[in-house]
Write a protein that binds this ligand. Structure first.
Ligand code: AMP
Ligand code: GLY
Length: 419
């Protein structure tokens, strides 16, 4: 089969690695891909958010399957447009991708389907936001409704802090994404992420992970896209995993299908494991980054076959095999990230770092020139994944590989999967 993969980050490098390893894949085209991904297929210079360009590329290439990595083209309706052109695509429709594109849509859907979640109020003016904040006593979470690149969430302790965040959002700090906001009850507990394939009706567990969102050790500093992850999640026991599939994923899939917006693709469920059981923090309509870099190396079954079954509605006949080992990925980022950072700094030692079979190096933001010199061209630049018999051994493998990399312009957290 010919596969077209959309995206260029570390998650897409991991997807390209899995797709190119599938017995079903004859050729792989990536838009836009990256220098590192070019080792696995052919790159086409079309940006992941250029829907017209991607459609034209797909019509010219006529792939047997399009795999969409990032959320923006999904929320903007790329899969709908590809399907209308008769090109099979893996990922939800724009209507179903609202689960990530609108936090109010997701909360209201869960409320209709009886899914366990924190209390919430949807507000479009400061008066109703103030009333909702006052009702929580100040311990609440203020969220911009739309996509805000992970930055549209403020966990508040006091009424003043919550009102400040609500005012800023309604004043347009996140553009249209913040024109509607949610005031949520603040819940507590460890976090975990569960992934599931959903084919409209059937659902299939697709791994668990735990990411580390803060930039510095000890969960200090601002939130980032993710500085590292471990899979399986050490906190999501088999029983909890089953409970999340039965009480969250399945009712959601059935409810969406019943309402005429069936979800097809991979569903990312962000959870808080509270004393009253797992509750939904958020949904994403795609694999996580860097969660893909720990989930996919553990998948023993054919990813492309599972994606095809998801599109065809035959997931009920599929079971997935997993490597029993754990995977840990450590993100190496440019000094300054998530703020301003320099581009073009030289990274050496990547070959030595990935010499072991138990190590995979996924490039998130590098360039590689004709001489093989690797330079940094992004905030999150490399995800270094190690496998091991338990999380501790996987962590040791990942950090040993990190220590082979010489990059004076970069840094990483030293406590990924440590606790
Ligand atoms: P989100 O972008 O919705 O995943 O939120 C980002 C982070 O904010 C989450 O990973 C949680 O740590 C925190 N958070 C979000 N919603 C809540 C909530 N209702 N109660 C407590 N913490 C929350
Ligand atoms: N690592 C968080 C995300 O992909 O949304």
């Amino acid at each position: 089969m010919k596969i077209l993969l959309i995206g260029s980050g570390g998650r897409e490098h991991a997807l390209a690695w899995s797709i190119s390893g599938s017995a079903l894949t004859e050729s792989l085209v990536m838009a836009p891909g990256s220098d590192a991904m070019a080792a696995l297929g052919r790159c086409a210079e079309v940006a992941a958010d250029d829907l017209d360009g991607l459609l034209a590329l797909a019509e010219a290439e006529r792939p047997d399957l399009v795999v969409v990595g990032p959320e923006a083209p999904l929320v903007a309706g790329l899969v709908d447009r590809l399907e209308a052109a008769g090109i099979p695509a893996f990922g939800p429709s724009a209507a179903a991708a609202q689960l990530e594109g609108s936090k109010a849509f997701a909360r209201e859907a869960c409320a209709r389907f009886g899914i366990h979640q924190p209390g919430f109020t949807v507000c479009t003016d400061i008066g109703s936001a103030r009333a909702a904040i006052a009702a929580t006593g100040g311990a609440c979470v203020i969220k911009a409704d739309g996509l805000a690149a992970g930055k549209g969430v403020v966990v508040a302790d006091t009424v003043a802090e919550a009102e400040g965040a609500a005012t800023e959002m309604l004043d347009g700090r996140f553009g249209d994404a913040g024109a509607t906001l949610l005031v949520e009850e603040r819940i507590t507990g460890p976090e975990a992420s569960l992934f599931a394939l959903v084919d409209g009706a059937d659902v299939l567990f697709m791994g668990s992970a735990q990411d580390h969102k803060r930039v510095f050790d000890g969960d200090k500093g601002p939130n980032t896209g993710g500085m590292g992850a471990v899979s399986p999640s050490p906190r999501l026991t088999d029983a909890l995993q089953q409970q999340v599939m039965d009480e969250i994923v399945r009712p959601l899939a059935h409810g969406m299908a019943d309402e005429g917006t069936p979800y097809r693709g991979i569903l990312y469920v962000g959870l808080m494991l509270t004393e009253d059981g797992p509750q939904v923090i958020e949904f994403n309509c795609r694999l996580g980054d860097p969660e893909a870099q720990v989930i996919l190396p553990r998948l023993r079954s054919d990813l492309v076959a599972a994606m095809l079954a998801t599109i065809e509605g035959t997931l009920g006949h599929v079971s997935l095999r997993w490597d029993d080992r754990s995977a840990v990925t450590v993100v190496m980022a440019a000094e300054g990230y998530p703020g301003a950072y320099e581009k073009g700094t030289v990274i050496s030692g990547t070959k030595a770092a990935e010499a072991s079979d138990d190590v995979m190096l996924f490039h998130a933001g590098t360039k590689i020139d004709e001489t093989g010199t690797v330079t940094a061209h992004g905030g999150r630049v490399l995800a270094v994944t190690g496998l091991g018999n338990d999380a501790g051994k996987a962590r040791a493998t990942a950090y040993a590989a990190v220590d082979n990399i010489d990059w004076p312009g970069g840094f990483c957290r030293r406590d990924i999967a440590a606790g």
